[in-house]
Design a protein around this ligand. Structure first.
Ligand SMILES: Cc1ncc(COP(=O)(O)O)c(C=O)c1O
Ligand SMILES: N[C@@H](CCOP(=O)(O)O)C(=O)O
Length: 468
């Protein structure tokens, strides 16, 4: 399989090259030249596989520059029950009521769905850097969960440093403590005076400085990196197999969305032939994506209009992976994609929106603080299940948009322990947390506060690398 930039520049590349490269040189995002199709016989043969074996089968369709036995071993080492809360299924399905499910994606080390891909990325980086005898300096942006997942996956790994940008004062106390309490020498936390989008813009600006990127060996762990999305495709198949008995059945997924990485992985699974009826995008008050799916207008907002909400990891107004989806909608016309994403807002016509809904199966809705608190409370009272605020945004939208006779799977993107204040407001109870994370907020923290300025971030990286 070869990979191309959404903006059409550069030459086709192989998987391990784009794994380390992250953002394409023309500022676009890598996509495989085509989505491999999975026929009914293959789909049936995958039904009984373990999660690790399923991951291997799916990854093999996209990766031809890692020997099969090595890739199989990396998948087996990554997707072990011990790493994912002792759950043999890795992403178990929990039935809330007939036809409505939660797919548990947050049983990994940092209690959010990011672990599903990041644990594999850590193994892939170490493997490939070892083969090449190279180092990688990862520059990432987080609104709360990517950061800790990346740091836990990369801490102590040979050949990797992590520089993680987060929006100063905008994450929950638990999320901050998860990241800032790490004392490993290869982990560097930078709190940016700004919002998540400022952090992501800095990652892109530094990556687009090609001379700097090359000389400092800068890589990415955000869903900018295709490998993140690829690993996330696997749990759509795993969820489908658990919710159905035969391939004649269809299911829908509702995905709490911010940077559009998670639901974009669902789009890839659907393009591969997984029988998905609808992909429902659920946003919080930062509803740029919901606005697009309702009206055809994509209007990213600035920091002043990006609200700080009680589902903070979704406080995003410029969804990076939306570019990948639009590239597919525009039949991979790189010039058209570049024109749209180098500019500000854009609009697509009614015929295109018809395809977005009917052909690509997208629908959307938004949730507010009042909605998510009410949803957490109702879910607790009706089912005895505590859910986190982001999952609540998903459940609220799923309940409004689910169709009769089509099972709806809501992706559980984090555990309640990460967002205690909102859980207490909704239920009057402190959410449970794993014993080893008790008191994490009281540990000493290590973080450097910087302006939303790429030059300042470059200076910090250079200083840490002993270059400035
Ligand atoms: C808990 C949680 N839910 C949902 C999202 C949104 O996912 P995505 O950015 O892939 O759309 C995020 C962050 O990405 C998150 O951390
Ligand atoms: N919500 C994310 C934001 C970054 O998303 P990513 O999927 O592109 O890494 C976070 O919690 O950091």
């Amino acid at each position: 399989m070869r990979y191309l930039s959404t903006r059409g520049g550069g030459v086709p590349k192989r998987f391990c090259d784009i794994l380390l490269e992250g953002l394409a040189e023309d500022g676009g995002l890598f996509l495989p030249e085509r989505y491999p199709k999975v026929d009914a016989t293959t789909l049936s043969s995958w039904r009984t596989l373990s999660y690790a074996e399923l991951a291997f089968e799916i990854l093999s369709l996209y990766i031809d520059d890692i020997p099969a036995e090595d890739l199989r071993r990396l998948c087996a080492q990554t997707y072990r029950a011990e790493v994912f809360g002792g759950r043999a299924e890795i992403t178990p399905l929990h039935r809330l009521e007939p036809g409505l499910y939660l797919e548990e994606l947050s049983n990994g080390p940092t209690l959010a769905f990011k672990d599903m891909a990041m644990q594999l990325l850590g193994a892939l980086f170490e493997y490939e850097l070892g083969r090449r005898g190279e180092q990688l300096n990862i520059l990432g942006a987080t609104s709360g969960d990517t950061g800790s997942a990346a740091e836990y996956a990369m801490r102590g790994r040979a050949g990797v440093n992590v520089f993680m940008l987060s929006p100063h004062g905008r994450m929950s106390a638990f999320q901050q403590a998860q990241m800032f309490s790490l004392q490993d020498a290869n982990i560097h936390n930078l709190a940016v005076r700004g919002v998540f989008d400022d952090c992501q813009d800095i990652v892109k600006a530094v990556s687009n400085d090609l001379a700097y990127k090359k000389s400092r060996k800068i890589g990415t762990v955000n869903s900018i990196n295709w490998a993140r999305l690829l690993a996330q495709v696997v749990y759509y198949f795993a969820g489908y197999f658990q919710a159905t008995k035969s391939n004649d059945e269809r299911v829908s997924f509702t995905v709490p969305s911010g940077n559009f990485g998670n639901v974009c992985a669902g789009h890839v699974a659907r393009q591969m032939g997984l029988p998905i009826e609808q992909l429902v995008v659920a946003t919080n008050e930062n509803d740029v994506l919901d606005e697009f799916f309702r009206t055809g207008r994509y209007a990213p907002r600035g920091a002043a209009h990006t609200h700080a909400t009680s589902s903070p990891s979704m406080d995003i107004s410029k969804a990076s992976n939306f570019e990948r989806f639009i590239a597919d909608v525009m039949d991979r016309d790189g010039a058209q994609v570049a024109a749209r994403f180098q500019g500000g807002a854009f609009e697509v016509d009614a015929a295109t929106m018809e395809r977005v809904h009917a052909h690509y199966g997208f629908a959307s809705g938004a949730s507010s603080h009042t909605d998510r608190v009410a949803t957490i409370r109702a879910c607790w009272h009706k089912t005895g299940r505590l859910i986190d605020p982001h999952t609540a945004d998903g459940l609220k939208v799923a309940e409004a948009l689910r169709q009769p006779d089509v099972p709806m799977i809501v992706l559980e993107t984090a555990l309640p322990a990460k967002f205690a204040d909102t859980l207490v407001e909704a239920t009057g109870m402190q959410p449970p947390r794993p014993a080893h994370l008790e008191g994490i907020e009281n540990l000493p923290q290590r973080v450097q506060v910087v302006d939303a300025d790429a030059a300042q971030v470059r200076a910090v990286i250079d200083h840490c690398l002993g270059l400035g």
